[in-house]
Write a protein that binds this ligand. Structure first.
Ligand SMILES: Cc1ncc(COP(=O)(O)O)c(C=O)c1O
Length: 398
């Protein structure tokens, strides 16, 4: 059945069940070979979806307000508090909410920082997510791209140079914790030190869509007073694998802009979206409540072990692959097109990646490696020379 034709809403009769069935069977069929995008698949959300899935759960306005429509706001607050604790944010200087994803989290943080530093230039590495330069344009701000090294980490020497050229202006620097292609993590301590010496002052935001939760669980990403980090955005559908795209933004309470009170919603307007998905807050809360910090730490440990295994297996067949030591992402030379397509690998020119998100199995990696091995040219063993070679009787064709 052609799904687009079946779903065409101009028809007199639409077989709704058939359309939904086809969507589900398509997703089921591709699940085993979907290893290129960062969504965990090991957390079961049926308990939430079966209880809450057919109602509207809307958390309008500021999550810390008492008034207004607050369907799952209690759970949202619990999620924000858990995340703020995870990143060791000072208890008296933390605020945040459940967003639609990493992009909205970045927007909320950059908006808050931009309100505080109105003339700031926004610095981000060339390996930053594509949403960052877009958000700079949305905010009508001045963006400054900074070089990144070949493994995806920001070039701090270039950052220092770019900051120096704009020393009269405040600086908002976006560090990435888990770049999209290689899962590189920028060194926030080095950026903090550069910002501290910057005459115009400024704000350090961390786009931690993918690696924020893993590094927070390791204790390697902290937003305590010493860290000099003013805000962070993480995705919820990546490491927690929520079945609805979502995320969390955390901003120092002293950084965020006060919102306007809105009479008809009964809350302050501090969030980017007005109506907000209360189901997402419940799903995040469920993932945290069911697994706890230790459970999630083990999920990440296993994911990294699988990534180590994948690098070893791919390298063993003679194909170049590597990973950062904290990463679930395996970076490899771009495989032939049929392998890339079948395994839904994210690709940028000569470089591709697969991601060993929690729930991906050794069996899947083994099947991928077998497919790759079958598709790449075999290194030919040197043929023993015969007397015929030296008199030119044997011609070889390649
Ligand atoms: C580093 C980084 N930042 C931001 C985003 C955007 O997140 P979302 O798609 O949740 O808006 C992504 C998504 O892949 C990302 O990898």
């Amino acid at each position: 059945m052609d799904l687009a034709a079946a779903a065409d809403l101009s028809q007199d009769h639409i077989d709704v069940t058939a359309v939904l069935d086809q969507l589900v069977s398509g997703a089921d069929a591709s699940a085993a070979t979907t290893i290129g995008y960062p969504g965990a698949v090991d957390v079961n959300y049926d308990a939430v979806l079966s209880r809450l899935g057919s109602r509207l759960w809307n958390n309008i306005g500021d999550p810390s307000d008492a008034g207004g429509i607050a369907h799952t706001r209690v759970l949202e607050r619990a999620v924000v508090a858990w995340m703020a604790d995870l990143f060791a944010m000072p208890p008296g200087d933390r605020w945040g909410y459940v967003t639609t994803g990493g992009t909205e989290g970045n927007l909320a943080a950059l908006y808050a920082a931009g309100r505080r530093y109105a003339t700031a230039r926004i610095f981000y590495s060339r390996a930053a997510h594509y949403s960052i330069p877009k958000l700079v344009r949305v905010l009508g701000a001045h963006g400054v791209p900074v070089a990144a090294d070949e493994r995806g980490e920001m070039d701090y020497h270039d950052l220092a140079t770019q900051l120096h050229r704009r020393k009269r202006y405040p600086a908002i620097v976006v560090a990435t914790a888990g770049t999209t292609l290689t899962e590189a993590v920028d060194d926030t301590a080095r950026i903090r030190d550069l910002l501290a010496a910057h005459p115009g002052g400024g704000h350090l935001h961390v786009d931690a869509a993918l690696s924020g939760i893993p590094l927070g669980l390791d204790g390697r990403l902290r937003l305590d007073d010493a860290a000099g980090i003013g805000s962070i955005a993480v995705s919820g559908h990546k490491v927690f694998g929520t079945p609805v795209p979502c995320g969390v933004v955390l901003v120092g309470d002293t950084v965020r802009a006060p919102g306007q009170p809105v009479a008809y919603t009964g809350t302050s307007d501090t969030t980017i979206s007005g109506s907000r998905c209360g189901l997402a807050a419940a799903l995040l809360w469920h993932a945290i409540a069911v697994q706890g910090r230790e459970g999630h730490r083990w999920r990440v440990v296993h994911a990294r072990e699988l990534a180590t295994y994948a690098v070893a297996r791919i390298t063993a067949i003679g194909w170049h692959a590597w990973r950062h030591d904290h990463a679930m992402t395996v970076v490899l030379d771009t495989p032939p097109a049929e392998v890339r397509t079948r395994w839904v690998l994210a690709t940028e020119g000569p470089v591709s990646h697969l991601i060993c998100m929690p729930g991906i199995t050794r069996t899947q990696i083994d099947a991928f490696v077998a497919d790759l091995a079958a598709a790449i040219p075999r290194p030919t063993a040197p043929r023993p020379r015969t007397p015929a070679d030296s008199i030119g009787l044997i011609t070889t064709t390649h």
